[in-house]
Design a protein around this ligand. Sequence first.
Ligand code: GAR
Length: 209
Amino acid sequence: DKRIVVLISGSGSNLQAIIDQIDSGRISGRIAAVISNKEEAYGLTRAANAGIATTVLNHRDYADREAFDGALQATIDAHSPDLVVLAGFMRILTPEFVRHYAGRLFNIHPSLLPKYKGLHTHQRALEAGDAEHGCTVHFVTEELDGGPLVVQAATPVQSGDDADSLQQRVHRLEHRIYPLAVEWFCSDRLRLDNGQVLLDGAPLPSSGY
Ligand code: GAR
C-alpha cells in the first residue's frame, strides 16, 4: 500500500471522502498522517475518528514562509509518503517545497482550471455567466493552480444558482474525483512524466477536458 499524507486547513470533507474509499477497500493506500495549519480545523477530528495521526503546524509560529514550509516538509517526510494530498490546504507553498514533492503532490481546486485560479471561484463563474462550473485535481507545480490536470468534473450552472448552491454541488463532485485520482496514483496507473500526465501510459490533455 502507498503511504499518503494529507494537508488540510478546514472542514476536511475531501479528506473524509478519501478515508471512506480507503475503508471500503477502493484505494490501495493508507493515510499515514493528517497535517493542518489550523488548530480548529474540523478535518483533525475526522482524522482522529479514523485513527489517523494528526499534527498541527501553525504558520503564525514561523518567521516566514520559508521557515514554515521547511518545518512542514520535515513533518511530512517523517512519514515517508509516496503521495502528498492538499485537501483544502489554504497556504501558498514555496517553490522549494513544491519541487521537493514533484510528481507526488496533488491539489484539488474548485473550478474548471485553467479558469478561475485563486479564490472566490464559484462567484466568479456565476458573474462570468458560465454554462458550467466544476472542480479539478492537478499535480502541483510552482505555478499557483497551474499544474498539469489529472481529472475534472463539471455541473451545469442553473438559473437559480448562487455561490453557495454551486459550491455545494461542486463539493459533491470533488468527493468523487479526488479519491479516484488518489486511487489511480496508488495503483501506479497515473504518473507525471516530464510535465505530462500519463494514465495507463497514455497522455492526458494538458489544459482542460
Ligand atoms: C474544497 O472546495 C477545495 O476545492 C478548496 O477548499 C475546499 C476544502 O473543502 N480548495 C481550494 O480552494 C484551494 N485553493 P474541505 O475542507 O471540505 O475538503
